[in-house]
Design a protein around this ligand. Structure first.
Ligand SMILES: NC(=O)N[C@@H](CC(=O)O)C(=O)O
Ligand SMILES: [Zn+2]
Ligand SMILES: [Zn+2]
Length: 356
């Protein structure tokens, strides 16, 4: 190499199997139309969260919602929405079983009532949904959990760890065959619980929880666009999540929890919870995995461990990411007929670009 060689514009390149998002909020109507292209640009499939108002409770609701998503797809997009049902105390086990048997529904979502956005119709008393959970255990249909207790006495930063001890662990002792996804884990306790569990349990990790700790939300002024649930925790927890995501363990995979809310409701006296990361997740993940010296493990996290857990094939097709000298530029906001949605801003330059 001659000493006169200029630093090349293309510094590095990786190619991975096309990724999936195992936890996504698409909403409905104008918001659905605005945010769907942000996901379909890079992702082949996504587990679609059912917390609409009213929620997606029955197989019929899920089929209608799937059809609205398919109708909103951008020209030429190949994207498969993987539907979920919102578990309520009135859910019919036979309806769940039929929805799973037909291939329509890939999971059922547990929201403890009051835990997060649109969770009012969720579960107050787990004993009332045991017949549904028993049916799911029988047929191997995963339960996705928003793993936070809602007890006002429990500090918001402890709600995940308390959920594991008082809800998840007892449930799994009672129904060991139930397949469970701990959604958007945010703590070292969550990482450790998933690490010790068997093949019947996995955990999703978001992009933003690999980047944020609670100081980012609260120090030097309140940053509403960094507020989500479960709320970002102390730095030691962020480091535990990074270690888990980049470990190569199939127990952990990507669920962005990209959760659009219009700016008027984020920048509000009582702001909504949710970070909108669909637009830039893959570039941010390449940045994080490179920082951890684990670029070779990004494909497992984003494209392989999820399908293995959900017993689906890995996608055809690939995604190419290149590192350049110039940072990536994303739109600051995505416009929708419901109002603008702010794209997650990591607060540092990202040199990884996803090629079309
Ligand atoms: N994560 C969030 O902060 N918000 C999600 C709900 C959820 O996944 O808990 C939303 O629907 O806005
Ligand atoms: Zn949640
Ligand atoms: Zn979510």
């Amino acid at each position: 190499m001659g000493s006169g060689l200029r630093y090349p514009a293309l510094m590095q390149e990786i190619v991975i199997q096309r990724p999936d998002d195992w936890h996504l909020h698409l909403r409905d109507g104008a918001m659905l139309r605005a945010v769907l292209p942000e996901t379909t640009r890079h992702f082949a499939r996504a587990i679609i969260m059912p917390n609409l108002v009213p929620p997606v409770v029955t197989a019929k609701d899920a089929a209608a919602y799937r059809d609205r998503i398919l109708a909103a797809l951008p020209e030429g997009a190949t994207f498969q929405p993987l539907m979920t049902l919102y578990l309520t105390e009135g859910t019919d086990p036979a309806d769940v079983a039929a929805a799973a048997a037909s291939g329509l529904v890939k999971a059922v979502k547990l929201y403890p009532a009051g835990a997060t956005t649109n969770s009012q119709s969720g579960v107050r008393d787990l004993t009332r949904v045991m017949p549904v959970l028993e049916k799911m255990a029988d047929i191997g249909l995963p339960l996705c959990t928003h793993g936070e207790v809602t007890d006002a006495q429990v500090d918001i930063f402890d709600r995940e760890a308390v959920f594991i001890d008082t809800v998840l662990a007892p449930l799994r002792r009672r129904l060991p065959e139930l397949r469970v996804v701990m959604e958007h884990i945010t703590t070292e306790e969550g990482v450790a619980y998933a690490a010790e569990a068997g093949d019947g349990l996995a955990a999703t990790i978001t992009t933003h929880h690999l980047i944020l700790n609670r100081n980012h939300i609260l120090a030097g002024g309140i940053r509403p666009h960094y507020y989500c649930l479960p709320v970002a925790k102390r730095e030691k927890h962020r480091l535990a999540l990074r270690k888990a995501a980049t470990s190569g363990s199939p127990r952990y995979f990507l669920g962005t929890d990209s959760a659009p809310h219009v700016d008027a409701l984020k920048e509000h006296a009582c702001g909504c919870a949710g970070c909108f990361t669909a637009t830039n997740t893959m570039a941010l993940l390449a940045h994080v995995f490179e920082e951890e010296g684990a670029l070779d493990r990004l494909e497992g996290f984003a494209s392989r461990h999820g399908p293995a857990f959900y017993r689906l094939p890995v996608n055809d097709g690939t995604l190419r990411l290149v590192k350049r000298a110039e940072p990536c530029i994303w739109p600051e906001k995505i416009a929708s007929d419901a109002g603008p949605v702010t794209v997650f801003n990591p607060g540092f330059p990202v040199l990884w670009h996803v090629l079309p």
